[in-house]
Design a protein around this ligand. Structure first.
Ligand code: PGA
Length: 257
């Protein structure tokens, strides 16, 4: 099977200050001495732990990303962090438009697009998060919604730049709930997203962009999910806070590579 290289990404959310982050990273290093070149691994700690994570992982294959930033260059935006600052801190990825950001911090498709543009201009790979709520799925508008989200997020992005983006399909009803999309549901939506990417760009670009699944991925369901043709990795919340379960998922991805 000619699949894309897996990306296994940990979204720590508001967990892991510098002390806890050091412990977790040490746990990851200890339980996974070597990571195959076939799999990319990313951790996304909170801002205050990014510097230590970058330093701690300088000789490791594990990459560091942030969970958010503000799209302006600099200036009077108290409390905000810019893409330039993230790049300067050693991040190569940044999550954009996570459903919790959309739900609690009023992020919209428009702000997501501004962030995608800005991240790419700073050579940060944006992990664009999209996905429907349970109500939207029940109303059977989930495909339309996801199509609108991805189209808006990529507005004005060239196909060349789109190759540096990652998409994460995260059904909101599966995030932190213990409920996971079935492998069939995930594959169905991932395939749909790839078709949408093909409509926006072309087949070659669409087939090169990685589409991660997120929503209660854990060692017990990772194999089935990652085995799907259009699932190119995972964005993992809860299970990424345990070095053991996170590295187990990495090992599963290695086995499937
Ligand atoms: P979860 O979170 O794995 O805890 O469901 C995933 C995410 O929100 O990225």
């Amino acid at each position: 099977m000619n699949k894309r290289k897996f990306l296994i990404a940990g979204n720590w959310k508001m967990n892991g200050g510098p002390l806890e982050a050091a412990e977790l990273l040490e746990g990851i290093k200890n339980s996974k001495k070597e990571i195959s070149e076939e799999v990319d691994v990313l951790v996304c700690p909170p801002f205050v732990s990014l510097g230590m994570a970058v330093n701690y992982l300088y000789d490791s294959e594990v990459q560091v990303g942030a969970q958010n930033f503000y799209y302006e260059e600099n200036g009077a935006f108290t409390g905000e962090i810019s893409a330039t600052m993230l790049a300067e801190s050693g991040c190569n990825f940044v999550l954009v438009g996570h459903s919790e950001r959309r739900q609690y911090f009023a992020e919209t498709d428009e702000t997501v697009n501004k962030k995608v543009v800005k991240a790419l201009s700073e050579k940060l790979a944006p992990v664009i998060c999209i996905g429907e709520t349970l109500e939207q799925r029940k109303e059977n508008i989930h495909f339309d919604l996801v199509s609108d989200q991805i189209t808006a997020a990529l507005k004005g992005i060239t196909s060349n730049d789109a190759l540096d983006t990652v998409v994460a399909y995260e059904p909101v009803w599966a995030i932190g709930t213990g409920e996971t999309a079935t492998p069939e549901q995930a594959q169905e939506m991932h395939k749909f997203i790839r078709q949408e990417l093909e409509k926006i760009y072309d087949e070659e670009t669409a087939s090169a962009i990685r589409i991660l699944y997120g929503g209660s991925m854990k060692p017990g369901n990772a194999k089935e999910l990652l085995s799907q043709d259009d699932v190119d990795g995972g964005l993992i919340g809860g299970a990424s806070l345990s070095a053991e379960s996170f590295t187990e998922i990495i090992s599963i991805a290695e086995e499937l590579s």
